[in-house]
Design a protein around this ligand. Structure first.
Ligand code: MG
Length: 372
C-alpha cells in the first residue's frame, strides 16, 4: 500500500520537487490530489502526467474528467473532506493555515513547507495537534535537520537548538552599500535556488527569524534556547545541543528533495536522488550573526518574544514590503523600517483563526500606508 499524498501548492518549487520524490518512490508513495492558486495550466499538465483525478484551486472552473474542488475555500474544504493519507502544504502565504488546521483537526498527517502557518498560527496549530492527535512533519532543511537530530532523544534532554543560516545574497556586501542593494544582487542566493520572496527573506534573514518562530512551536523550545549561527556552506542544516553539551548536526548537500522525502516517509529513511556529500571539497565554517547587517531579523525576533499578534503583523508587513521592493517601489534599506513601524501597532495573543486574518488584513493596510 502506498501513502496517498495530496499536494496543495504543486506548481511551486517545493511542490514540483515533491512530485519528483513521489515519482522516485513508487512502492511507497503516490499522488492523489494537486492544488494551486493561479498556475492552473501547469497543474493540469501535472495531473495528466501523474494520472491524478483530483484538483484543488480557488480560481478554476470544473473540468470534464476531473474532480475539481473550487471556490474561495477550496483548499480548506479539500483538507477537511478529501480522501488522502498525507497532506503537503506548500502554498505560499497565509493561505496555508486554514487547510493545515482542517487536516490536523481530522487527525491527518501534514507535511508543512509553508512558513506562515506556524509564524501566524503557531498557537492554533499546537492546540489542534494536542487535541486531535494528527502528525506533523516539517519540509524545511533546518527543521528537518533538528527532527533528525532529536529523533532518538527525549525532549527534556534537548538543551538548545542551533539554526544555521547561509547569510543570504548580501552577506559580504559592504554595510554602507546595503541600503541600496538592487534586486539582481538580492536574488543571487549563494546556495539555494528558490522563489523570489523567500530569496529576499534570506538576504534580510527574515526567513531565519520565521524559522526561529517555527522551531519554537515545532519543538516546544523557549526563545532563549534557540540560536542562529552563520554557516556559509549550507552543508550543516542545523544542530541540537543536548543536556550533556554533546552537539549533533545533520549534514547533506543542499537539496530540498532530502527533507521532502524524510517528511513524506514519516521520518523514515530510504535511498534518494540526493547526491552524496563530499566533506573534503570545502572547509565548514561557523560565525556569529552580525545583527547590524540584518535589522529586519531583529524586528522579527523582537516580535516573536512580544506576542503572537506581532508575529502575524510582521509576516504581513514583510509580504507587502518585499513585494514593494521587488516591484521597484522601495529601496532595500526600507524593508526593515516598514516591518518595525507596522509591527508596533499590534499587541496581545491570537485566540482563533479570525484573529489571524483580521490582524493580517490590518497589518497589510498599515504597511501599504507606510510605503506610500
Ligand atoms: Mg529553511
Amino acid at each position: 500500500m502506498t501513502k496517498r499524498v495530496a499536494i496543495l501548492g504543486s506548481t511551486g518549487s517545493v511542490g514540483r520537487q515533491t512530485l519528483s520524490v513521489i515519482a522516485d518512490n513508487p512502492d511507497r508513495l503516490s499522488v492523489c490530489a494537486l492544488g494551486c492558486r493561479n498556475r492552473v495550466d501547469d497543474m493540469m499538465s501535472e495531473a495528466v502526467r501523474f494520472g491524478v483525478k483530483n484538483m484543488v484551486c480557488p480560481n478554476m472552473q470544473q473540468v470534464d474528467g476531473f474532480n475539481c474542488f473550487t471556490g474561495e475555500h477550496a483548499m480548506r474544504d479539500y483538507a477537511a473532506y478529501g480522501d488522502y493519507d498525507v497532506l503537503v502544504v506548500s502554498v505560499v502565504g497565509i493561505a496555508g493555515l486554514a487547510p493545515t488546521l482542517a487536516a490536523i483537526q481530522r487527525g491527518k498527517t501534514v507535511c508543512l513547507a509553508n512558513k506562515e502557518t506556524l509564524v501566524c498560527g503557531g498557537p492554533l496549530v499546537c492546540d489542534a495537534l494536542a487535541t486531535a492527535g494528527g502528525q506533523f512533519f516539517p519540509i524545511d532543511s533546518e527543521h528537518s535537520a533538528i527532527m533528525q537530530c532529536i529523533s532518538a532523544s527525549p525532549a527534556q534532554d534537548v538543551k538548545r537548538i542551533i539554526l544555521t543560516a547561509s547569510g543570504g545574497a548580501l552577506r559580504d556586501m559592504p554595510l554602507a552599500d546595503l541600503s541600496y542593494a538592487v534586486k539582481e544582487d538580492v536574488l543571487r542566493h549563494p546556495n539555494w535556488s528558490m522563489g523570489d520572496k523567500i530569496t529576499v527573506d534570506c538576504a534580510t534573514m527574515v526567513n531565519k527569524g520565521f524559522e526561529v518562530i517555527e522551531a519554537h512551536y515545532l519543538f516546544a523550545k523557549a526563545w532563549d534556547d534557540i540560536d542562529i549561527l552563520l554557516h556559509r556552506q549550507s552543508i550543516v542544516h542545523s544542530m541540537v545541543q543536548f543536556a550533556d553539551n554533546s552537539v549533533m548536526a545533520q549534514m547533506a548537500v543542499p537539496d530540498m528533495r532530502l527533507p521532502i522525502q524524510y517528511a513524506l516517509l514519516g521520518a523514515k529513511r530510504a535511498p534518494s536522488m540526493v547526491a552524496e556529500l563530499d566533506l573534503t571539497l570545502q572547509p565548514l565554517t561557523f560565525e556569529q550573526v552580525d545583527i547590524a547587517r540584518y535589522p529586519a531579523l531583529e524586528v522579527v525576533l523582537q516580535a516573536a518574544r512580544r506576542s503572537s499578534a506581532q508575529c502575524v503583523a510582521v509576516n504581513a508587513a514583510d509580504e507587502v514590503a518585499v513585494d514593494a521592493f521587488l516591484q521597484g517601489h522601495i529601496e532595500y534599506g526600507r524593508i526593515h523600517t516598514i516591518l518595525r513601524q507596522t509591527t508596533e501597532h499590534f499587541d496581545g495573543e491570537i485566540r482563533d483563526y479570525l484573529d489571524v486574518t483580521r490582524i493580517d488584513r490590518e497589518a497589510r493596510r498599515l504597511a501599504k500606508e507606510g510605503i506610500c
